[in-house]
Structures are given as C-alpha cells and as structure tokens.
Design a protein around this ligand. Structure first.
Ligand code: NI
Length: 168
C-alpha cells in the first residue's frame, strides 16, 4: 500500500465527472486500499473520493467512527454510489483535503438513502443521518466535480480560513 498524492483546488482534474466502476477486481481493491491509507494519513480523515487522487472513477470511502456521540456505520467503501432519497436540510461546517486552508458552511440533506456496491461488487443499501450523511454527500459531490466551495451558503459570510498558527 502507498499513500497517494491529493490534488488541491484549483486543479482542473477535481472538476471532472467520474466514471462508473465496471470491474470489481484485485486492481480495484488494491487502489481502494491505497485510497483508504491516503484518507487515514490526512488530518481529519473522515472521507475521501477517488477523483481527489486523480482517478476519475466513482469510488468513495467514509469513516466517521472517530467522531464522538454520533450515529455511524463504521468504515464504508461505496462504489458507484447513488443517493435515492433526501430528507430535511441542515447547515454545517465542512473541510476537505483538497481545500486545505479553508472550511465553509454548506446546506446538506439531514437524512439520505443510498444504494452502492462494495469493493467486491455486492449491493449495499444504507440510510444515513446527521454528520455521516453530510460526509457521504460531500464525498459523492467529488464524483460530480463539485467541492464544498461550490455549495457555500454565502461566499462572503460562510468561508473561513483555517487558523494554522497564531502570531503573538
Ligand atoms: Ni472533500
């Protein structure tokens, strides 16, 4: 396994529409292992999408189990994910490994229903809510060439520079 390079805004490859995975083979699973290692190496590290590493395929990994006091399904590998139902709306703060210097406020559905495949081609069906639902929606946006920057409630009031350090 090897951690992969993360593309950062405004790299044009982040704007591509990713293609569906057609072969569930060892090469796919090797890539997913590298993608997961890359996610876990990053700060925050609760999700990653294949296009962030320059691979324009519909693969995301989400694992929000490190966050306290939230409902979650543990480690999720979602291949060719499709959200089939949206419910409710909620504003929340998001960050992204491809936008390392900023966070922003984004409106997402509060609950979603999702169909996908795992890395072996088995069908998955999930219902997500809250923070996990937000993370899944954020990662699926990457498959459609979208960043949280494209969904800010207001570019003027809802984009925040990360405090890397403070001057004395
Ligand atoms: Ni992201």
């Amino acid at each position: 396994m090897a951690a992969l390079e993360i593309l950062t805004y405004p790299d044009a490859r982040l704007e591509r529409i990713a293609q569906p995975v057609e072969r569930f083979d060892d090469a796919l699973r090797a890539f997913i292992a590298d993608l997961e290692e890359t996610m876990r190496a990053g700060p925050g590290g609760v999700g990653i999408a294949a296009p962030q590493t320059g691979r324009a395929e519909r693969i995301v990994i989400v694992d929000v189990s490190s966050k306290p006091r939230i409902k979650h399904h543990g480690r999720l590998v979602l291949v060719n994910p499709e959200i089939t139902h949206w419910e409710g709306f909620v504003v929340g703060r998001e960050g992204c490994m491809s936008v390392p210097d900023y966070t922003g406020n984004v409106i997402r559905a509060e609950r979603i229903t999702l169909e996908a495949f795992d890395e072996f081609g088995s069908e998955l069906h999930y219902e997500f809510e809250g923070y996990e639902a937000r993370a899944v929606q954020h990662e699926i946006d990457h498959l459609d060439g979208l960043l949280f920057l494209d969904r800010l409630v207001s570019r003027r009031n809802d984009l925040f520079r990360r405090k890397v350090y403070q001057k004395a």
